[in-house]
Ligand binder design. Structure first.
Ligand SMILES: NC(=O)c1ccc[n+]([C@@H]2O[C@H](COP(=O)([O-])OP(=O)(O)OC[C@H]3O[C@@H](n4cnc5c(N)ncnc54)[C@H](O)[C@@H]3O)[C@@H](O)[C@H]2O)c1
Length: 262
């Protein structure tokens, strides 16, 4: 098992991509702290996988301190952060209010930064990972929304994800000397609760029925099928494991070919 004993913290673990990744990494032998908001199914998932659950809101500084502390309290180290929690809202650019902007950016960009910062502070003080030349790995979830030249129905979301690519690269430069890598995944259109929300909100704006927005979105995927959360989980497992140790500052598109090039 390539992740045998590796300790991993996953935010947004109760969601589609977080859950698929938790299952995949657990299968590969990792020890996991799974976090999501109170009221989510994160405790059920952790119990099923025999892993640790922690409810936390990543936009609250006290919660971030608590969740980053957990792997250090239990295991004395954190090898991999999967900084994945996110929210979306489909709405025309001119309807975006300040509070809606703040809500999306608070989770998708500000919290991603402060979780990463809190983890990096601890990671750079820990010894090198067993059997590796690295001290730890930071992995963010961005999106192809960062690349599509913007999306006027998801303006705050797209801006937040472009920001995630940027802070992934700042961290890669800052922490290379500490032997900590930082990379992100950019999923395409993944069949998760988030896309069910997009389908509802986009469909309501256009007067479409349930599932119509999804069908339009997946129609032109070069690889010819919609993306599953497992498609993303496999790439996160690669980034969490030893085969990606010489990669840092990269944004990996996992989208069936929707966006090719930069
Ligand atoms: N589904 C897609 O097509 C797609 C495409 C590109 C990128 N992404 C990104 O992938 C990540 C996971 O998305 P998903 O599709 O699994 O969506 P999802 O809605 O199924 O999961 C997101 C999870 O984040 C959690 N979360 C939200 N706010 C939080 C907070 N304040 N504190 C802690 N947890 C919080 C939610 O409770 C949820 O469980 C997100 O960052 C999303 O933007 C998704």
């Amino acid at each position: 098992m390539s992740l045998d004993g590796r300790t991993v913290l996953i935010t947004g673990a109760a969601g589609g991509i977080g859950t698929a990744t938790a299952r995949r990494l657990a299968r590969e032998g990792a020890r996991l702290v799974l976090t999501d908001v109170p009221g989510s199914s994160v405790e059920k998932l952790a119990a099923e996988l025999g892993q640790v659950a922690l409810t936390a809101d990543v936009t609250r500084a006290a919660d971030v301190a608590r969740l980053v502390d957990e792997p250090y309290r239990r295991w004395g180290r954190l090898d991999v952060l999967f900084n994945n929690a996110g929210v979306v809202r489909v709405q025309p650019l001119l309807d975006v209010t300040e509070s809606e902007w703040d809500r999306v950016l608070a989770v998708n960009l500000k919290a991603v930064f402060f979780v990463m910062q809190a983890v990096a502070r601890r990671m750079r003080e820990q010894p090198i990972m067993p059997g590796s030349e690295l001290r730890g790995k930071l992995i963010q979830t961005a999106s192809i929304a960062a690349y599509r030249g913007g999306n006027p129905l998801m303006t705050p979301y797209s801006a937040s994800k472009a920001g995630v690519v940027s802070l992934t690269r700042s961290a890669a430069q800052e922490f290379a000397r500490d032997r900590i890598t930082s990379n992100c995944v950019c999923p395409g259109a993944v069949d998760t609760p988030m896309w069910q929300q997009i389908d509802r909100e986009w469909g309501a704006l256009e007067g479409w029925g349930e599932g119509d927005a999804w069908k339009r979105r997946i129609r032109n995927i070069p690889l010819g099928r919609p993306e599953t959360a497992d498609d993303v989980a496999g790439v996160v497992a690669f980034l969490a494991g030893p085969d990606s140790d010489y990669m840092t500052g990269q944004a990996l598109k996992v989208d069936g070919g929707l966006v090719m090039g930069d």
